[in-house]
Design a protein around this ligand. Structure first.
Ligand code: SF4
Length: 249
């Protein structure tokens, strides 16, 4: 079985009514036309926002105290969780995707970023060291693209975007930190696959949150689990998921 890589991530950052959604739409269309599986995450700042509608059955479930409500229909599945979730947690839902485009996470560092300023004065507030492009006709010290340049922008994203960095700083890639490695990918010095941790030979999740494992531990876990399950014919070439509950103390 071919192992799926973690999705590569791109943030499209800008202030309100800057045209971020237009950029995301263009990129999604272009990447999908290339056969990529694309997901998006939209960040909404308004505290009183709710996707749930008053009076609907799902709304009544929440009113009654449900913390998580799932709505299934023939064409759509919606999960409403009554809590705030960060970008890292949200990305757990995109296993098997090629790209995830995040719209609106201005504070998020460590992922490739495209900025959509409304004017030149906003550029210093939006551009960070991971910025790969600037939309609009501004002096930005990054490659400029127009709103209609989705094809060229998608070419750039295919080259520069990388999966969420593990924050392990294990230095196996030859860089002192994951952040330095990410910058090397942005500048084209390295390909993201040079980080063995991101190859995800073994994945550890504790209470649903992914815990990065260095390449040595991944190899070890993969060999131990592979060895233990070797006699089970149905595991050959398959992804194996093992759940362990540790006793307290
Ligand atoms: S090998 Fe991966 S996890 Fe280790 S420092 Fe480099 S980027 Fe980070």
């Amino acid at each position: 079985m071919e192992r799926s890589n973690p999705p590569r991530v791109l943030a499209v950052a800008g202030f309100k009514k800057s045209g971020k959604t237009r950029v995301v739409e263009g990129l999604v269309r272009e990447l999908v036309s290339r056969g990529r599986r694309v997901g998006t995450v939209k960040h909404i700042r308004e505290e009183d926002f709710s996707i749930d509608q008053e009076g609907k059955d799902s709304w009544k479930h929440v009113k009654a105290g449900a913390k998580s409500v799932m709505v299934l229909s023939p064409n759509e599945t919606a999960l409403i969780e009554k809590r705030e979730m960060g970008a890292r947690d949200a990305l757990r839902f995109f296993q098997g995707f090629d790209f995830v485009i995040l719209e609106g996470f201005r504070e998020l560092e460590g992922v490739a970023r495209v900025v959509v300023p409304r004017n030149e004065a906003e550029i210093p507030q939006l551009v960070n060291q991971f910025t790969v492009a600037c939309i609009g006709n501004f002096k930005c010290e990054r490659p400029n693209f127009g709103f209609e340049d989705s094809k060229a922008l998608a070419d750039l994203v295919e080259k520069k975007a990388f999966p969420l960095l593990p924050e392990l700083d294990c230095q196996h890639c030859g860089y002192n930190s994951c952040e330095e490695f990410g910058l090397a990918v942005i500048t084209g010095l390295k390909g993201w696959a040079a980080c063995e941790t991101l190859q995800e030979r073994a994945v550890l999740e504790v209470d649903g949150r992914k815990v990065p494992l260095n390449p040595f531990v991944q190899e070890l876990v993969s060999k131990i689990v592979g060895g233990v399950t070797m006699s089970l014919k149905e595991t050959k070439g398959k992804e194996i998921v093992l759940r362990v509950r540790r006793d307290e103390g």
